[in-house]
Design a protein around this ligand. Structure first.
Ligand code: 13P
Length: 341
């Protein structure tokens, strides 16, 4: 199989009607924070047990086409000894892996950040591929303040994402390109729209310069939202219209799918906003899907709390959340469905 056939097969498996991607790739500090909030220690065994819970949830492959794992999970096993990437595959869920190494301040651009991990990336990808990963994820973050993101921040982050994506495709790994404009702050929805448009514009220019094949990548952006501290909340229809407007201006139709992150929205908000996009725009140039971590997992963590006796109930919650998000992917979610839990 040529590399392009390989990439196409992975894209075909990831982009399916009614399905999206679970992000379960929290780095060690992030998973420690999530576990601490429910009184659970972040030990190897607890992370293994929790991610096993997610991947062994009966029937969840009906709504999930892919899962992004943290590198340690590639080597961990379910209780009966099957490697977790194999458990995912048996559910029809393609395993992928987060390959970035987190952010550092960007020198020369106070307030902006840049993501590390390009050194040695192609060697690491070869190893991850041999362990079952078929796609990868890399996240750049953009804080909004009066001065950020700066022009330099936008340029350097775009260049970094493009370099990562090019290396992935060379190795036959489908890159998920994740530019996340952060929700923190009191900025307006309009300010977020402007920042997101500038960010995506630069990202696609850089992808072009680095000869990234747009057909064989997925975009994982943030939605266009008012800042968390902004006085006025935005209704799902407004979020949908503004988000799709920015995407239409910046994302070429060659990109097969846009899989949003949830970015600190509640599960209900993230579901309602995705639903509004699919309901208002039934035939967009790309698929409008999800790649949520918190909006799929927070309700599960709240029920699990690290206790083996809660696993079955937590799996029911996960299946329910995945089903509702799958409905939003088709534009068929209604808030009343939340009460059928
Ligand atoms: P959230 O959905 O919690 O924003 O996480 C998505 C993700 O993968 C962040 O990199």
């Amino acid at each position: 199989m040529s590399i392009q056939d390989d990439l196409q097969a992975t894209v075909g498996a990831l982009v399916q009607k009614g399905k999206g991607i679970l992000a379960a790739d929290e780095s060690q500090p992030t998973i420690a924070k999530r576990f601490k909030a429910i009184g659970v220690e972040s030990s190897d065994e607890n992370r293994r047990a929790y991610r096993t819970l997610l991947l062994t949830t009966p029937g969840v492959g009906e709504f999930l086409s892919g899962v992004i794992l943290f590198e340690e999970t590639l080597l961990q096993k379910a209780d009966e000894g099957t490697l977790l990437p194999v458990v995912a595959q048996r559910q029809g869920i393609v395993p992928g892996v987060k390959v970035d190494k987190g952010t550092v301040p960007l020198s020369g651009a106070p307030g902006d950040l840049v993501t590390q991990g390009l050194d040695g990336l192609s060697e690491r990808l070869k190893i991850y591929k041999s362990q079952g990963a078929r796609f990868a994820k890399w996240r750049e973050v953009y804080p909004i303040t009066d001065r950020n993101p700066t022009a330099l921040g936008i340029e350097v982050n775009a260049e970094t994402l493009a370099r990562y994506a090019a290396v992935c495709q060379e190795q036959g790994i489908v890159p998920i390109v994740e530019p996340e404009v952060l929700l923190d702050g009191d900025h307006s929805l309009q300010r977020c729209a402007e920042a997101t448009e500038s960010v995506l514009h630069a990202v696609f220019h850089a992808l072009h310069r680095h000869r990234v094949m747009l057909e064989y990548m997925l975009l994982k952006p943030s939605m266009v939202l008012p800042g968390k501290e902004h006085a006025r909340k935005a209704a799902p229809e407004e979020v949908a219209r503004e988000t799709v407007k920015v995407l239409r201006r910046t994302v070429p139709a060659a990109v097969p799918s846009i899989n949003f992150l949830s970015g600190g929205q509640t599960a209900e908000q993230a579901t309602a906003n995705l639903n509004a996009m699919n309901a208002l725009f039934p035939q967009p140039p790309w698929e409008l899907s999800f790649s949520y971590a918190r909006a799929l997992q927070q309700p599960v963590l709240d029920v699990w709390r690290g206790r083996p006796e809660n696993v079955a109930a937590a799996q029911r919650v996960f299946h329910f959340r995945a089903a509702l998000t799958g409905a939003a992917r088709r534009g068929q979610y209604r808030p009343e469905m939340e009460r059928t839990a």
